[in-house]
Design a protein around this ligand. Sequence first.
Ligand code: G6P
Length: 462
Amino acid sequence: MIVVSHRGPYRFEPDGRGGWRAHRGAGGVVSALAPLLAGRDDATWVAAALGEGDRAAAAAGMTGTDGGPTLRLLDIPTGLHRMHYDVVSNATLWFLLHGLFDLPRRPRFDRRFREAWEAYAAVNAAFADAVAEVAAPGEEVLVHDYHLALVPQRLRRQRPDLAVVHFMHTPFCDEHEIRVLPVDVAASLCASLAGGPVGFHTERWATAFGRAARAVLGGPSPGVFHATFGPDPVVLAAEVDRPEVRAHLARLEEEVDDRRVIVRSDRIELSKNIVRGFLAFDTLLEDHPEWRERVTFVAMCNPSRESLIDYVAYRQEVEAVVARINDRWRRGSWTPILFDARDDHARSLAAFVRADVLLVNPVRDGLNLVALEGPLCNRRDAVLCLSREAGAFELLADGALEVHPFDVLQTAEALARALDMTPGERASRAARLRAAARGHPPESWLAALVERARRATRARGR
Ligand code: G6P
């Protein structure tokens, strides 16, 4: 099996003794896929070398960690890579799929964009060529996400024997939003994805893609499917039990004392709606004075995509709103928001364990693993306040409290309701959340993808 994603499972850094230290990659996709493939030494993982450490490790012949997949890191020239990753993947496709464009100003499809689009196609071609070169006859190839949307079509042309499936971890835009893209760009993307099996985490995004592709291409996309990639409860339980996590938990317990705790854990990412989440907390403290000094908001927010100005500006906005709210409400030893921008998974896990309320309020999200992992780690029957625009809402609506991501007052009331909930209701909701979160084990997701890929190859052979 060959896994293809832009970000690889680790980032390498020299360890100072002539070897390499591997750090876990950021974001939901890699953190979910890496444990699933950890024992698969028969698999190959093709990814981009990100940064100097990765490039040097790739040049030195580093091919992975013991017992895991063989890593093949592509060393893409920096300028080309920037246009592929920053301009097209992140500033255009990610914004389109999550509904983030500020349309009176952006996007602008000018000559710079056209150059970047060519770079995007070239990087996709390099990924497809690398796979075509190493794949055994008939091998399964699992391509991930919007960075590599043109890979399936090129691979199908070069190696029709391969069982290729593309999986999008994002939402998909609707048939009106896709009209923002230049006609040929929309057609290339939709044709490549619709030409083979293409999967999404939930039915909503699979349907959205089907509609958008029909609007662009004029016909149906028979290969669209959905398969949810949920957490592995056993792996997660083992992670939570690590001494590092227990140490963080002990420190956190001391910091928050016997106060109630609201937790969020996100990349500092526009689609995660972090600022409105804090504004809702501000409103909660304003409208419900009984909670002042009795609740702490623990926010684990790790910096992301800082090569884009929008993300740098968003981080400043997030930090400014935290400072304003803390200045407004701080009393004695109580700091209303404990904001942590260190990228540390163990701290997030410790916060999930201690949470009384978990806030997940994205403006739009493919799934949102935090919404599934949080309830499985938690030991206090935490209430999940969950955006109806997250893919996870389809699975967890029955146990969660619904949040309207743009409605700050509604979000504040959902937080208040969560804090006030009786122990009985908390317990029964938490049990439903755990049952739903356990229902989508990674192996079933992997099996579904492989089956789709094989079925498509068999159909082509007939
Ligand atoms: C999302 C995407 C992933 C991506 C991750 C982190 O989860 O679906 O493909 O890897 O964000 O983003 P980054 O740009 O840091 O890879």
